[in-house]
Write a protein that binds this ligand. Structure first.
Ligand SMILES: Cc1cc2nc3c(=O)[nH]c(=O)nc-3n(C[C@H](O)[C@H](O)[C@H](O)COP(=O)(O)OP(=O)(O)OC[C@H]3O[C@@H](n4cnc5c(N)ncnc54)[C@H](O)[C@@H]3O)c2cc1C
Length: 471
């Protein structure tokens, strides 16, 4: 029997692990482990946790619809797998890779546990649109691309030439096994998590996520106007597929195949999908990606204004409106993520990990790699980041992308009576002066960028991990 562990791949088709199980002809035991570490500090009740749990519940229902079994368990992943291996004749363990530091450590432990028991363990990479390992070999680059435009050129050529179509195999074609009752009883979900999965939690809207519907309605109704509309944050012109894509409820290969059928407007949106791959690529190839706060000295920064920012009390209307939308709904349009992140890191002089951590809880489409990539960009750190002297003016941005102030009026109704011209301007009680704080930020970040310290020899995130990126 093969043990398949679901991760950020919450769907029932187009998964390399399912293809491998099918090819083996063996029955399989399918589990999803809700890890207390990842749900700590009430994360399960925040927008990001709720999105994951809503999709986990949906996945379980999809299995049932196909007449198959998915076992959702609660516990420390290695302990769960160890108990399963005691109770079932496991011949192989398979899963899909994730490249965050936590995931790498967790999977290293899993491999060790499997090796001790003589069980082969195989991880498949399916997160990116391009097969990133193959892309690295094919592009023939010793050093990774550090700038998006040349990456995009090469990536586009690769995808045109070597795109691997979505697999049509589904879980319905496999023979899934029951779980031994000892394991089920040992790792039962706490009642509140069980309720969230079943949608009978009062805090849950009860809406069944529908990833394909989100994609289809975007492609049919808004793709053609995407290039013009994507930064007009008062409208809802982007796809909003991120909350489905990041938990794997949508397959990126299916997204691409559907996009290629569109009559017009393909390129601008494909470019955004390439940004997603660019950050996934960096997370694998830039050993500093998850540790820039250790590479640069951020001590000239502080957290004085962090709370006011998080609670939407800065007195800068567009910032407060965007943070209100985020806090209430779990959503914030991309342009506003850039504006609020740059405002926090530059004008308010707060270290980027504070904002990154806040978004981790609040964004329903939270993704460890894309979120970090966005925050690094705004804080002028990492590959192809905004230059240190780039400090967006939130009031000007608001005026440019939403001249009538419709967005501010929607989220801050107490300002609705202001004129179109006045509505964007800082309030008298604003916590910073935009001009003075911009000048200060430029000086501070100039200093920070000079503080780069070399990584100590041997201190490589790749060390010991299963990451044959440089072979
Ligand atoms: C500070 C900051 C934090 C961010 N945190 C996240 C996050 O946690 N999760 C997340 O999915 N995205 C994050 N982004 C990127 C971007 O804001 C979202 O992907 C986008 O807003 C999702 O909306 P959409 O699905 O309607 O995108 P669309 O505009 O319809 O684009 C389609 C897809 O392309 C990808 N994409 C679009 N823009 C970007 C981008 N700038 N960078 C990387 N990929 C992109 C996403 O997968 C997106 O779903 C962040 C950006 C910033 C500046």
């Amino acid at each position: 029997m093969i043990l398949f562990i679901h991760r950020k791949d919450l769907r029932t088709h187009d998964l390399p692990a399912l293809d491998a199980i099918f090819a083996s002809g063996l029955p399989s035991l399918h589990i999803l482990v809700l890890d207390p570490f990842l749900l700590r500090n009430g994360r399960g009740r925040e927008h990001s946790g709720r999105n994951f749990l809503a999709h986990a519940g949906r996945l379980q229902r999809l299995y049932t619809k196909h007449g198959r079994r998915l076992h959702v368990l609660y516990g420390e992943p290695a302990a769960v797998v160890s108990r399963i291996a005691d109770a079932h004749p496991i011949r192989e363990i398979v899963w899909h890779e994730d490249h965050t530091p936590y995931a790498l450590t967790r999977d290293r432990e899993l491999r060790q546990l499997a090796a001790e028991r003589g069980i082969p363990a195989t991880a498949y990479d399916e997160a990116a649109l391009a097969d990133l390992r193959d892309f690295v070999r094919w592009s023939g680059r010793e050093d990774p691309y550090k700038v998006f435009t040349p990456f995009y050129k090469r990536w586009s050529a690769y995808v045109t030439e070597r795109f691997k179509p979505a697999s049509t195999r589904s879980v319905a074609e496999l023979e899934t096994a029951e779980l031994h009752s000892d394991v089920r009883d040992g790792f039962r979900l706490p009642p509140e998590l069980g309720a969230q999965l079943q949608h009978d939690d009062p805090a849950d809207s009860g809406d069944e996520p529908d990833p394909m519907q989100a994609l289809e309605s975007f492609l049919d109704e808004r793709l053609a106007g995407y290039a013009d509309g994507r930064d007009r944050f008062a409208r809802e012109d982007t796809s909003r597929i991120s909350r489905h894509l990041n938990v794997g409820a949508l397959s990126i290969r299916e997204v691409y195949e559907r996009l290629m059928e569109a009559p017009i407007g393909i390129e601008p949106w494909l470019r955004q999908l390439a940004w997603r791959d660019f950050y996934l690529y960096q997370s694998r190839l830039d050993p500093d990606f998850f540790r820039y706060e250790q590479v640069f000295d951020l001590s000239p920064l502080g957290d004085t204004h962090f709370r006011a920012w998080a609670e939407g009390r800065t007195g800068i209307p567009i910032i407060d409106a965007a943070m209100t939308e985020l806090n209430e709904t779990g959503w914030m349009p991309n342009r506003l993520r850039m504006i609020t992140a740059m405002f926090l890191t530059k004008n308010l002089g707060c270290p980027f990990p504070y904002g990154e951590r806040y978004f981790r809880y609040k964004l329903s489409d939270y993704d460890n790699v894309l979120n970090r990539g966005g925050w690094l960009w705004c804080a002028s750190l990492g590959f192809d980041a905004a230059p240190y002297f780039r400090v967006m003016n939130p009031a000007t941005q608001s005026e440019t992308h939403d001249p009538s102030g419709a967005y501010i009026r929607r989220w801050l109704p107490h300002l609705a009576g202001r004129s179109d011209k006045e509505i964007h301007k800082p309030l008298p009680e604003a916590i910073v002066d935009l001009k003075a704080s911009r000048a200060q930020a430029i000086e501070t970040y100039k200093l920070i960028l000079k503080s780069e310290s070399a990584r100590p020899a041997g201190d490589d995130l790749d060390a010991g991990a299963d990451r044959p990126w440089r072979d």
